[in-house]
Design a protein around this ligand. Structure first.
Ligand code: PGA
Length: 259
């Protein structure tokens, strides 16, 4: 499966800085072959102009969230129909920074259905906190998050390509990524949960599992490789154009290196 590298810019950059970085990225990745999917998720206010900057480029646009219904009295929410109309391709759902603010498994499940219904590709973020890991509940928590979000998907949309990002909460923004063997253990839990929920064939054909949490150009190939994760979700290291491009080049290399 083609690897996928997603930049999550959170609320870290102004609109002006986001657009400037996208213009530079577009130039830097102009002759990049399409054997790696690259996506950037800027903040909502940057999306319409970002879509213009990236039009006809190989860089895809992602949003950091999307609501579960198109229209209605929902102050402050963002309609998935509008995101799709702008040209958004990927939608991050269930990021731990949103779960910490009160987003529940049920809300995430409803958003998944809406995003897929609009032809966008959800990137479902799952992962345990440090306390859950030290209590030995990490596998249980991730299985619960996955089952809750995926069981609401109607059969007709189950075969669509989805990504699941394993992002241990303690590794996000901490500079301390999960050890590769810890991450791979959790990837096995995710793979098995998806097989239990769907079938081995659907799991293999329709799901990408990404790693996220203090990914850098130096460590990305510990996770993203043919026998490991099929992509990564990067925050801090994606904020500067140089380091994001270096990460993209690293993935391109390590995906080709026999393991
Ligand atoms: P980080 O963020 O790379 O800064 O750890 C990752 C994320 O939150 O998706």
């Amino acid at each position: 499966m083609t690897p996928l590298l997603i930049a999550n810019w959170k609320m870290q950059l102004s609109v002006g800085d986001s657009l400037e970085r996208l213009r530079q990225l577009r130039v830097r990745l102009d002759d990049f072959r399409d054997d790696l999917h690259v996506a950037v998720c800027p903040s909502f206010p940057a999306l319409p102009v970002a879509a213009d900057i990236l039009s006809d480029s190989s860089i895809r646009l992602g949003a950091q969230d999307a609501f579960w219904t198109d229209r209605g009295p929902f102050t402050g929410q963002v309609s998935p129909a509008d995101l799709r109309a702008i040209g958004v391709h990927y939608v991050l759902l269930g990021h731990s920074e949103r779960r910490q603010l009160g987003e529940t498994d049920d809300m995430i499940g409803r958003k998944m259905v809406a995003a897929v219904g609009h032809g966008m590709m959800p990137v479902l973020c799952v992962g345990e906190t440090a306390a859950e890991r030290s209590d030995g509940r990490h596998e249980l928590v991730v299985r619960r998050q996955l089952t809750a979000a995926l069981r609401s998907m109607p059969p007709a949309v189950r075969g669509r390509r989805l990504s699941i990002a394993y992002e241990p909460v303690w590794a996000i923004g901490s500079g301390e990524p999960a050890r590769p063997e810890q991450a791979l253990e959790m990837k096995a839990v995710i793979d098995q949960t998806v097989v239990d929920l769907y079938s081995a064939v659907t799991a293999a054909e329709s799901f990408r599992v990404l790693y996220g949490g203090s990914v850098t150009a130096d460590n990305i190939c510990d996770y993203v490789r043919p026998t490991g994760f099929s992509g990564a979700l990067a925050g801090t290291a994606s904020l500067e154009v140089d380091s994001f491009v270096t990460m993209i080049e690293a993935v391109n290399q390590c995906f080709r290196r026999p393991t």
